[in-house]
Structures are given as structure tokens and as C-alpha cells.
Design a binder for this molecule. Structure first.
Ligand code: NAP
Length: 238
């Protein structure tokens, strides 16, 4: 098994995604901002999966230069086969388009969208070269242009996730929609009990992460779909 990179791996859906990939036998490169919390997460996973290699890469993903440095470090430890991007921040409560500030806009877009670009741009080329890789990115139902919850508010967050959806669609086409060994997909985890989702969310973090783990490990053959937005192992409208 090759290396799976998981961002947001210190807690919540990223941690559960890393756990699923560890269970599948991948070595893990764990990325988050807080070094101590990330180390604790790595220790937990190490106890659970003593036979895989686990390394931590703390970085503020709002800092693209620091992110590029970490990308180079990750590349030196193994061949990346899975890129699971589960980091993210919610925007402030009152962040309607006409109320939000430049600083809040930049904070959320830098982490939720710019860092997604930087990590994909840095880590996915080797997948294309090897004709072997999967990119799975946590989007959100709040970023859809259809369906429920499309009612304004939380502008930086919603728009960052709409941007993630566009990036996924674009990259999937650029990499041949699965015909050249690389799969690229976005997921809606649904409202899950994490620090972001809060304690009253209907799903556990493990339930929220299940579709992402499935996308990383599923069999893919003729007629199967990639380049889509997924919820509960089914394609939904963007
Ligand atoms: N939970 C939900 O209900 C829900 C619903 C829809 C979509 N999502 C999406 O699912 C993903 C995971 O959400 P979650 O609920 O697991 O969130 P969470 O519990 O708040 O965890 C956020 C993760 O992102 C990392 N992170 C945040 N800012 C960072 C930065 N500047 N640099 C590096 N890492 C940073 C955090 O690292 P530190 O621990 O170091 O801070 C943490 O690992 C996000 O993209 C979110 O938008 C969640």
C-alpha cells in the first residue's frame, strides 16, 4: 500500500477518514495546524494500526509558502496514492455577503479553497504520472447550487465550497474522468458531530466520513462515475 495524505486529520471528519485509510492498510501523512493535537491523533492511530507508518506534518494551510514546504516533505516519505482533503473552517455567523469583511473573506477562502488548490497542485501530479491516485475533497451541502440549504448567509463558507466543487469538476475532466487511473471526487458529509458540526448534529463523525473512505477504497471499473459530488455513496447534483 502507498501513502495516503489526510488534511484536517487532527480531529473530526479528517481524523475518521485517516482511521478508515489506516484500517485499509495505507501509510498515513497527517496534516493539520496544531502540532500537539496532530501528534495525539497520530498516537491514537498508531495504537490502533501498529503495522502502518504514520507521520505528522503540522502547518497553517492559510500560508501557501509553508504549505509548499510541507508538500515537499510529504513527497520525500512515500508515493502519494490518496489525497483526502478534510481541513476547513466555518465562516462567522453574520457573514452575509454585504456584511462580511475582507479579512473574514480572505481567512475562509485561503483555508477552504486556496489551500485545496495548493495541496492538489503539489501532490496530485505524481498520481497522474503513476496513473494511480484518488483525490477526495470534503465539500459541503452548503456549497451546492441546487437542493436544500441554498438560501444565502455564511457567504465565505458557501462560496469556498462552491469553488471546491468547481475545482473538483475541472480537475476530474483534466485528468480524463478516471480513464487514466486518477479519480477526483467531492463529498457532502452531511451534518456531523465534530467541533465544526457541534454536539447536536445528527450523524457521528464516523458516519460523516464513511462515503469519503469508500471513495478512496472502492473498486472502479467501466461505467463507474468519478468527477462528481457524492452523498451517502450516491451522486448528487452540484
Ligand atoms: N461537520 C460537519 O457537519 C460538516 C458538514 C459539511 C462539510 N464539512 C466539511 O468537512 C471538513 C471537516 O470538517 P470537521 O467537521 O471535521 O471540522 P473540524 O472538526 O472543525 O476540524 C477541522 C480540521 O481542519 C483543520 N484546520 C483548520 N484550519 C486549518 C489551518 N489553517 N491549517 C491547517 N489545518 C486547519 C483543523 O486542524 P487543527 O486541529 O490543527 O485546528 C482540523 O483538523 C471541512 O472541510 C468542513 O467544511 C463538515
Amino acid at each position: 500500500m502507498g501513502l495516503a495524505v489526510v488534511s484536517g486529520a487532527s480531529r473530526g471528519l479528517g481524523f475518521e477518514s485517516a482511521r478508515g485509510l489506516g484500517a485499509a492498510g495505507f501509510d498515513l501523512a497527517l496534516v493539520a495546524k496544531d502540532a500537539d493535537r496532530l501528534q495525539e491523533a497520530a498516537a491514537k492511530l498508531g495504537n490502533e494500526f501498529p503495522n502502518i507508518a504514520i507521520k505528522t506534518f503540522p502547518v497553517d494551510l492559510a500560508d501557501s509558502e509553508a504549505t509548499r514546504t510541507v508538500i515537499a516533505q510529504i513527497q520525500s516519505v512515500g508515493t502519494v496514492e490518496i489525497l483526502m482533503l478534510a481541513h476547513g473552517v466555518m465562516s462567522e455567523k453574520m457573514s452575509k455577503t454585504l456584511k462580511t469583511t475582507d479579512a473574514e473573506w480572505r481567512r475562509v477562502l485561503a483555508i477552504n479553497l486556496d489551500a485545496v488548490f495548493t495541496l492538489v497542485n503539489g501532490l496530485a501530479p505524481v498520481m497522474v504520472e503513476n496513473r494511480n491516485g484518488r483525490v477526495i475533497i470534503y465539500s459541503a451541502c452548503l456549497g451546492r447550487m441546487s437542493g436544500p440549504g441554498n438560501t444565502g448567509g455564511l457567504a465565505p463558507y458557501r462560496i469556498s465550497k462552491a469553488g471546491v466543487n468547481a475545482l473538483v469538476r475541472n480537475l476530474a475532466h483534466e485528468t480524463g474522468l478516471g480513464s487514466r487511473g486518477v479519480l477526483v471526487d467531492a463529498i457532502c458529509p452531511n451534518h456531523s458531530r465534530t467541533d465544526m458540526g457541534g454536539p447536536d448534529a445528527p450523524r457521528s463523525a464516523a458516519e460523516g466520513a464513511a462515503t469519503a473512505i469508500w471513495l478512496a477504497t472502492r473498486e472502479f471499473g467501466a461505467g463507474d462515475v468519478t468527477g462528481a459530488l457524492w452523498e451517502d455513496k450516491a451522486v448528487i447534483d452540484w
